[in-house]
Design a protein. Structure first.
Length: 438
C-alpha cells in the first residue's frame, strides 16, 4: 500500500490490487513454455527487472516445468506493460504469447494462488511439489525485497491453506506425480524392472521422487548424473546406485534401459548424436526416455531415432488421468476450504483500510493538539489566566477537529449523498452512547 500523507485531517489512500499473469500446460504448448520459462540463474535479475516497472508495488515469479506466473501488487489495472515486459524479456513479440496468457484480477488472484499451492491447478491433481515451488518463489521475492504486505500475506495464507487441505482431505492419498507417471509408463513398457538399469539426469526433488518409485519397483540399478557430484553421490547412496558427472553421460548412456531427465539447464543435455552412439553399442536394444524438464533436457530430434521411445512432460497426461479418480472428491472438499479462505483474506485486507485511517487520524489529531497546546502554554507564560488559556484550548480544538467533517457533511447534504450522511449519524450516535456510559 502506498499513500500520500499531508497535514490535513484527511489523507489520500490508495490500496494496491493484486494481479496474476501467466501461462501453463493447459494454455501453452511445451515449445513455447520452455522459451518463456525463467531459469534459477535468471530469476533474480528477472524479478528485479519486473519490480522496476512503474505500476508494480510488489512482485514474485513462479517458474516450473508446467507454469510460469507473475504475481504482482499493482497501483493501476493496466497489465499491457507487464505483458510487454514478459515477452520482451524472453526476446519475443507480445503478439506471440498474448493468446496463451491468462490474467486474474484481485479476487481471482487470491483464489488462484491458493488453488495452485494446493495442487488443484497442476497437471497432476494434488501433487505436493508445487507447494515447495511456491515457497521458493516467496523466498526469492523476500530475499530481493520485492514482497510487501499484500503479496507476503497472500503467499503465507496460501501455505496455511495447503497444509489444511493436506490434513483435512485425501488429496495426497494416491501417488500421481509426474515422477510416478514416468515410472508407471516404464513398467508398462518393460513389465518387471528387476533386470533394467535407469539413468536419472539431475538430482532435484523430482529425480529423488523418481528414484524412490523405481527403487520400490525393484529396479536393478540406478545411475544418477548431476552437475554437482556431491549431490549425485548422496542421492545414489540411498538406493545403492552410482553417481557420475553430467559430462560422463555419453560414456554410460549405453548401459541405460530407462533415462529420466529433470534439470534446470537452459540447454539440452542429451543430443541426437550421443544417443545414436549409445544405440550402436547397445546393438539397438531400445531405450525408454522421459524428459520432465522445461526447457527440455533431451533434444526433440532424439524422438526420430529407431529404438528410442521419447516422452515429454505433456505426454504423461494420459497415464496421470488413470490415477486421479480417488483425488476428485478430495479436490471438491479442497475447493470449499479455499472459498472460505479467500473470504478470510479479503476480510483481512478490508481491515487494513481502517487500521491505516485510524493511525493517520491519531497522528493528525496529535499534531493538531500539540500545536494548540503550545499556543495555550505561551498564553500562560505571557500572564493569561489558566481559565482563559483552558477556554482557548477547548474552543480551538473543537473548531479544528470539526472543521473538515462539517465541510464534507454540508457538501454531502447538498449532493444528496445519503450514505455519507447516514455514516456520520451512526458515528455520532455511537460516540454519544459511549459518552453516556462513561
Amino acid at each position: 500500500m502506498r499513500f500520500r500523507t499531508s497535514n490535513n485531517y484527511y489523507m489520500s489512500l490508495k490500496t494496491s490490487s493484486l494481479i496474476t499473469l501467466g501461462l501453463n500446460h493447459k494454455t501453452t504448448p511445451l515449445e513455447l513454455r520452455e522459451r518463456l520459462a525463467f531459469t534459477p540463474q535468471a530469476l533474480p535479475d528477472a524479478l528485479s527487472s519486473l519490480y522496476k516497472l512503474k505500476n508494480i508495488d510488489e512482485a514474485a515469479i513462479v517458474s516450473t516445468c508446467n507454469r510460469t506466473e507473475l504475481y504482482c501488487a499493482v497501483n493501476n489495472d493496466e497489465d499491457q506493460s507487464i505483458i510487454d515486459w514478459f515477452s520482451h524479456y524472453h526476446g519475443l513479440e507480445s503478439s506471440m504469447i498474448k493468446d496463451h496468457l491468462y490474467t486474474y484480477d484481485h479476487k481471482e488472484t487470491i483464489h488462484h494462488a491458493m488453488s495452485v499451492t494446493c495442487g488443484l491447478d497442476s497437471m497432476v491433481l494434488g501433487e505436493p511439489q508445487i507447494a515447495g515451488q511456491m515457497k521458493d518463489a516467496y523466498s526469492m521475492a523476500q530475499q530481493h525485497g520485492t514482497l510487501g504486505r499484500m503479496l507476503g500475506k497472500l503467499f503465507q495464507h496460501s501455505f496455511a491453506v495447503a497444509k489444511q487441505v493436506r490434513t483435512d482431505t485425501a488429496i495426497g492419498s494416491s501417488p500421481v506425480s509426474v515422477a510416478f507417471a514416468a515410472v508407471s509408463l516404464a513398467k508398462q513398457i518393460f513389465g518387471e524392472l528387476n533386470e533394467s538399469t535407469a539413468l536419472l539426469i539431475g538430482a532435484g526433488e523430482t529425480i529423488e521422487l523418481t528414484a524412490r518409485h523405481l527403487h520400490s519397483k525393484n529396479i536393478k540399478h540406478i545411475i544418477i548424473a548431476n552437475r554437482s557430484i556431491e549431490r549425485a553421490e548422496n542421492l545414489a547412496a540411498e538406493f545403492d546406485g552410482e553417481a557420475i558427472r553430467l559430462p560422463q553421460i555419453a560414456d554410460h548412456l549405453h548401459r541405460a534401459d530407462i533415462v529420466i531427465a529433470s534439470t534446470a539447464s537452459p540447454l539440452p543435455i542429451l543430443g541426437k548424436g550421443t544417443v545414436e552412439r549409445a544405440l550402436k553399442i547397445r546393438k539397438h536394444q531400445p531405450i525408454f526416455m522421459v524428459d520432465l524438464a522445461v526447457p527440455r533436457d533431451v533434444e526433440p530430434e532424439v524422438a526420430s531415432l529407431d529404438d528410442v521411445y521419447l516422452y515429454a512432460v505433456d505426454d504423461l497426461q494420459e497415464v496421470i488421468d488413470e490415477n486421479l479418480q480417488s483425488r476428485q472428491q478430495a479436490a471438491e472438499q479442497a475447493k470449499d476450504i479455499i472459498d472460505d479462505e479467500v473470504h478470510h483474506y479479503l476480510n483481512w485486507q478490508r481491515s487494513l483500510d481502517s487500521v491505516d485511517i485510524i493511525s493517520e487520524l491519531r497522528h493528525s489529531t496529535q499534531n493538531m493538539s500539540q500545536q494548540v497546546l503550545n499556543k495555550a502554554l505561551k498564553q500562560l507564560a505571557a500572564g493569561e489566566s489558566p481559565e482563559k488559556a483552558l477556554e482557548f484550548l477547548a474552543h480551538t480544538l473543537t473548531n479544528k477537529f470539526l472543521h473538515k467533517p462539517c465541510i464534507h457533511i454540508r457538501k454531502a447534504s447538498e449532493d444528496n449523498d445519503h450514505d455519507l450522511i447516514n455514516a456520520a449519524k451512526q458515528l455520532l450516535m455511537n460516540a454519544d452512547d459511549e459518552n453516556q456510559n462513561k
